[in-house]
Write a protein that binds this ligand. Structure first.
Ligand code: 9G3
Length: 568
């Protein structure tokens, strides 16, 4: 292709709304343009990358026995009513009516659709395992779409659904997908980590997320530094070793102290000159129609995902200031577990604190020398704290590292959650009716494109890994008015193209510097420059974008040399 005929609208500046590097670069390098908030057009270079990512994904899904289908975006509400999810999701689910006034939604995911398909076609154990997948646009009306393709309202997802006769079969399907995902992200040239994750609203047991490590990632993970251990988890679910009670203090007499305006842990620790580890943070929540108190050590945060799972409630939110005063007798910041007659759920670490300090349930007063078991008895002791980097790995006690990640893939064991709701059953060998056992597995195709840019860029622009680069080589003739240079450029362009090397020829009437800047910004893996020197020596200057290395190669070796430099 000749650049003078291509739509690659590069920019020098980007709109301020672009906060993360991948969003800035994809706009500047002419890969995407916004059509609406969180809704994008993929321009030609982006579409070439997406097609390569999809090709890699297809190969790995097919290798594991996946069969590709294409499901509708337009989903009838009836199926979502059968699964019980029509009323669970709020504004995020884009709903509309057809001309006959029937309710539909734009598919944010396809469990209902695929289970409805399978319940009509699968009725014997002989038909399983069955792995069906698609590459399809998904619609989720994010309140705050941001970061370009990383959190859009319309995005491309590969979603595969596995159907097995029992849990053993599901384990096998799950392992197949786990392996396939590792291959996909490795082949896309990305550094990733697999982390244990929370199965959230869709329930089910096991679930793992594939995280591309990037500081702009919205997910927080912790992982064990001990390579033999390999524990890694999304902080929503991560656990850590519970330390023993280090102090060998004896429990002292409970006392109330006047702490005027001391309403935060920070103020409390400096006012009483104690460490946060000696305090008990008491947070009041309303869970459905009950008020509960969650206790964690003062230097920790409540992990609301873990708390929500422990409470097994539908709706949970922080109690209002008015509710706190009414229930505890003191203002927010002065709550504590002593003489508090609501359900108290305490993190494991709380019972290890001897002579703790906590709110007195009286404004401007705290209690010192509080000891669990003597001064209060939690109704439940559970793991409800947010794990922090540096804490000990729960398996090998090595310190854990914190990182931010972009979730590019997730694998879930669904069990019979949807097959039971939609009565998707089969007859086993004994003719007994059983529920099909399902798994679901997603890869954010358009998100992979952005995540790859987040991990592969520098000041000059994008650095595409060879496997998914929009083109492999850009040829830059220094002076397109010089016929000899242009002829040589065309000759090299044809040689490379005829050998399956995807090449563009930058034949624009632009200064070389502009062409060099664009080549670096767009991120072609290789740039071949042809100027007067090349004509004399018939040697080509080849620059490798990832390392910046420049080598001179004789024109007749250009194909194998380029192939070896691209090897991926
Ligand atoms: C909705 C809306 C948003 C959603 C969902 C449903 C996330 C929803 C979870 C999944 C689970 C897996 C198959 C591929 C892999 C992920 N956001 N999820 O179910 F109605 Cl508005 O999508 N689905």
């Amino acid at each position: 292709m000749r650049v003078s005929q291509m739509l690659i609208p590069t920019l020098r500046e980007v709109p301020a709304e672009a906060e993360v590097v991948s969003h800035k670069l994809l706009l500047r390098a002419g890969f995407i343009r916004k059509s609406a908030a969180g809704v994008y057009t993929y321009l030609p270079l982006a579409w070439r990358v997406l097609e390569k990512i999809q090709k890699i994904v297809r190969e790995e899904m097919n290798r594991e026995g996946g069969q590709e289908v294409l499901m509708p975006i337009m989903q009838p509400a009836e199926l979502w009513r059968e699964s019980g999810r029509w009323d669970v999701y709020g504004e995020e689910l884009i709903r509309f009516k057809d001309r006959h006034d029937r309710n539909f939604c734009l598919g944010p995911t396809h469990e209902e659709i695929i289970t409805d398909l399978v319940r009509g076609e699968v009725n014997s154990y002989k038909q399983m395992p069955l792995l069906l997948y698609q590459m399809q646009n998904k619609y989720r009306d994010e309140r705050r779409p941001r970061f370009g393709l990383l959190r859009g309202r319309e995005f491309i997802m590969k979603d595969l659904y596995s159907f097995d006769r029992d849990e053993k079969g599901l384990d096998i399907s799950y392992k197949k997908m786990y392996r396939a995902y590792s291959n996909v992200f490795s082949r896309c040239g990305m550094q990733f980590r697999v982390v244990e994750a929370d199965s959230g609203a869709i329930g089910g047991s096991d679930t793992h997320e594939f995280m591309v490590l990037a500081d702009s990632g919205e997910a927080e993970i912790v992982y064990c530094e001990n390579d033999d251990c390999s524990y890694a988890a999304n902080v929503e679910r991560a656990i850590s070793a519970v330390g023993e009670d280090s102090s060998n203090e004896v429990p002292s007499r409970l006392q109330e102290v006047h702490t005027p305006d001391v309403g935060t842990i920070e103020e409390l620790t400096s006012f009483l000159d104690i460490s946060a580890e000696k305090t008990i943070k008491t947070i009041i929540y309303s869970a459905d129609d009950e008020i509960i108190a969650a206790l964690v050590r003062g230097d920790r945060e409540v992990n609301e995902v873990k708390l929500y799972n422990e409470l097994n409630c539908l709706h949970m939110e922080l109690a209002s200031a008015e509710m706190i005063s009414r229930v505890t007798g003191g203002n927010m910041g002065f709550s504590g577990p002593v003489n508090l007659d609501i359900c108290i759920i305490a993190d494991h670490e709380v019972k290890n604190i001897t002579n703790a300090v906590t709110g007195a349930n009286r404004t401007d007063y705290h209690l010192i020398n509080v000891n669990a078991g003597r001064d209060f008895e939690p109704d439940k002791v559970a793991d409800i704290r947010m794990v922090q980097a540096g804490e000990a790995c729960p398996y090998c006690s090595s310190p854990m590292t914190g990182a931010r990640g972009i979730e590019v893939g997730q694998v879930f064991k669904l069990g019979d959650k949807y097959s039971r709701a939609l009565e998707a059953t089969f007859l086993d060998e004994r003719g007994k009716e059983q529920y099909i056992v399902m798994g679901c597995y997603g890869i954010g195709i358009s998100r992979v494109l952005s995540a790859c840019v987040e991990q592969n860029n520098d000041e000059q622009g994008i650095i595409w890994p060879g496997a998914i680069a929009p083109y492999h080589v850009v040829i830059v003739p220094i002076n397109v008015k010089d016929n000899d240079q242009l002829n040589m450029a065309e000759r090299v362009y044809n040689t490379l193209s005829d050998n399956g090397i995807e090449t563009v020829l930058d034949d624009r009437q632009e200064r070389p510097g502009v062409k060099f800047k664009d080549a670096d910004l767009i991120g072609y893996p290789l740039r071949i420059t042809i100027g007067s020197k090349a004509l004399e020596s018939s040697e080509l200057e080849v620059k490798k974008r990832s390392s910046g290395d420049i080598v001179m190669i004789p024109e007749e070796n250009v194909c194998e040399k380029v192939k070896s430099m691209l090897s991926y």
